[in-house]
Design a protein around this ligand. Structure first.
Ligand SMILES: Nc1ncnc2c1ncn2[C@@H]1O[C@H](COP(=O)(O)OP(=O)(O)OP(=O)(O)O)[C@@H](O)[C@H]1O
Ligand SMILES: [Mg+2]
Length: 305
C-alpha cells in the first residue's frame, strides 16, 4: 500500500514544554491510523501539525508528497478535520453552519447546497436541519462536525477524539460512519483515549505518551505481543501478592500490580482462574486482553484517569 503521510523526528515545543518529542511514523493510503494516549500525550498537537494549523518546531511531515508548513493550502484542501472541540456557531442553524464552511473551499453555491443536504442526511440530522446548534444534543453536534469535515470531499480525514462525551449509542453511530468513509477509500487518522474506539476502528496505531511513541502495530498484534490473549484480574491487598503467587505454583502467565489490582497476562487464563477458585479468592475477573492492558503495561498508568 502507498504511504500517504511520512513524519520524521517531528517535534513541537511550547516554550519550555515539549508537547511532541521527535516522533516518526508512516501512514498508508486507505488505512485507519490511530494515536492512542491519555490527556496531554500530544495527540492533538501532532494532528494539528499534519493539517497545518500549528507550525512545526523541528522535523518534517510529508502529506501526499506535499510538505507541511510549506504547501499548507494544498494540504488543507485535501483534508477534512473533525476537531476535538465543538467549533460550531451556536446562533446559526445546522444548514447554515455547513454553508458557512463551504466558503473556505470556494464551493459554488448550488453545489454547496447539494453537498450540505447530502451530508446532513449522511449523519442522520435531517430532522434538525433548520434548528440552531444550541438546540442540539452533544451527539448531534459531533455528528454535524463529521458532516462538516466532509464538505470538501477530503481524501484524508482527521478525527480528533470524535466521540468524547457520547453515550454508547451515539458513539456507535459515529464509528459506523467513519468505517463507511474508510471503506469508500478515505484515509483516516484517529486520535483517541478510548481503547475500545481504537480497537474498533484502527488498522494500525501508535501508543503515545508524554510526547513520544511507545509502540506501533495493529491492535491485535500489540495485544498479542505485549499481553497475550487473556487477563485475569484479582483485587487483593498488595502485601498478599508474593504469598498468592507462590500458592499458585508454576503458571504460564506474567503478572503486574497496578493500584488495587494484581493482573495476570495469559495465553489462556482458564488454568489460573481454576486455581484461584480453588484458593477461594473472591473479586476475580477473567476477560480478553485489551489495548488498555497494553498501555498499563507500558506506562504503569491507565489511559483514562
Ligand atoms: N497552544 C498551546 N500552548 C501551550 N501548551 C500547549 C498548547 N497546546 C497544547 N499544549 C500542551 O501540550 C501538551 C500536549 O497537548 P495535546 O493537546 O496535544 O494533548 P492530547 O494528547 O491531545 O490530550 P487530550 O486527550 O487531553 O486532548 C499538553 O501538555 C498541553 O498542555
Ligand atoms: Mg487532544
Amino acid at each position: 500500500m502507498k504511504t500517504i503521510i511520512t513524519a520524521e523526528n517531528l517535534t513541537k515545543r511550547f516554550g519550555d514544554l515539549t508537547a511532541v518529542n521527535g516522533i516518526s511514523f508512516e501512514i498508508r493510503e486507505g488505512e485507519c491510523f490511530g494515536f492512542l494516549g491519555p490527556n496531554g500525550a500530544g495527540k492533538t498537537t501532532t494532528v494539528r501539525m499534519i493539517h497545518c494549523v500549528s507550525p512545526i518546531t523541528s522535523g518534517s511531515i510529508l502529506v501526499n508528497g506535499l510538505k507541511a508548513d510549506v504547501d499548507n493550502r494544498k494540504i488543507k484542501a485535501m483534508t477534512g478535520v473533525i476537531p476535538q472541540e465543538i467549533t460550531l456557531d451556536n446562533d446559526l442553524t445546522v444548514f447554515e453552519n455547513m454553508m458557512v464552511f463551504t466558503k473556505f473551499f470556494d464551493i459554488p453555491r448550488r453545489e454547496a447546497r447539494r453537498r450540505t443536504d447530502e451530508l446532513i442526511a449522511f449523519v442522520e440530522l435531517e430532522a434538525k436541519r433548520n434548528n440552531k446548534i444550541s438546540e442540539l444534543s452533544t451527539g448531534m453536534k459531533r455528528r454535524l462536525l463529521v458532516a462538516r469535515a466532509l464538505l470538501n470531499k477530503p481524501a484524508l480525514i482527521i478525527a480528533d477524539e470524535p466521540t468524547t462525551g457520547l453515550d454508547p449509542q451515539a458513539r456507535h453511530l459515529i464509528w459506523q460512519r467513519l468505517r463507511l468513509l474508510k471503506n469508500q477509500g478515505s484515509t483516516l487518522i484517529l486520535t483517541t483515549q478510548y481503547m475500545e474506539e481504537a480497537q474498533q476502528l484502527c488498522d494500525r496505531l501508535v501508543v503515545m505518551y508524554e510526547g513520544k511513541i511507545l509502540k506501533e502495530g495493529s491492535p491485535r498484534r500489540l495485544i498479542d505481543d505485549e499481553i497475550g490473549r487473556e487477563v485475569v484480574e484479582i483485587r487483593i491487598d498488595a502485601a498478599e501478592d508474593a504469598r498468592l503467587i507462590s500458592a499458585l505454583g508454576p503458571v504460564s502467565c506474567g503478572h503486574e500490580r497496578a493500584g488495587d489490582t494484581l493482573f495476570f497476562y495469559c495465553r489462556d487464563g482458564r488454568e489460573i482462574q481454576k486455581k484461584l477458585v480453588e484458593l477461594d479468592l473472591p473479586n476475580t475477573v477473567h476477560r480478553p486482553a485489551t489495548l488498555e492492558d497494553v498501555f498499563l503495561k507500558l506506562t504503569g498508568r491507565s489511559l483514562i484517569e
